[in-house]
Design a protein around this ligand. Sequence first.
Ligand code: DC
Length: 230
Amino acid sequence: MTALGASFRGQVTLDGPSGTGKSSVARAVALELGAAYLDTGAMYRAATVAVLDAGVDLDDDEGIARVVREATIGIGTDAATEQVTVDDVDVTDRIRGSEVTRAVSPVSAVPAVRRMLVDAQRALVADADAVVVEGRDIGTVVLPDATLKVYLTAAPEARAERRADQLGVTDPARIAAIAEDLRRRDAHDSTRADSPLRPAADSVTVDSTHWERHQTIARIVELARERAEQ
Ligand code: DC
């Protein structure tokens, strides 16, 4: 057993599909471990803002890559605050909007974009003694030697209900539509050619279908502390 509050050193990766509450879990785990935190989805979303503002067609891989290469994406690694900028303009709220959410899948599927952002992600965490990094390909591609790799999942229906709760939706037909949208996004992220969403061979799968958020956080913190002691 580790004493409560003992300091953690190492890298925790948290991958998995949309709608598991992964970001809020990852941030809370980082705060409990006293670790830095990197939300890589926010970087793909920021890149998407640059692409949308440049008016580049979402089928134009080369145009997308050029815009992302020229954009300066800024992202904090403090778990207590969220700040994302593109060319020094704050886009923290805008990246969560539906315009960006709709366009981010094609942007994140462009291999040249992935290479640039993976390099940036590695550089951002290189000096951190302790860090939690969240995304889709962190354990498989970005940080293959991480201390602990977690694949966080939940049944689509449970994910849809959580999303509906956040949005204040109670109509069963709309909840079913949200579940369908999650399935479609899972299929898109899991079948793309470059860095598809899949668990790393040495990851621990945490299924949060029947768990409260605090139980999921506690389990991952416990796994991280156990792993860091080995
Ligand atoms: O986690 P999120 O919903 O903010 O991610 C936004 C999009 O970026 C989503 O379509 C998956 C993609 N993404 C990715 O391809 N690789 C990552 N490491 C993180 C996110």
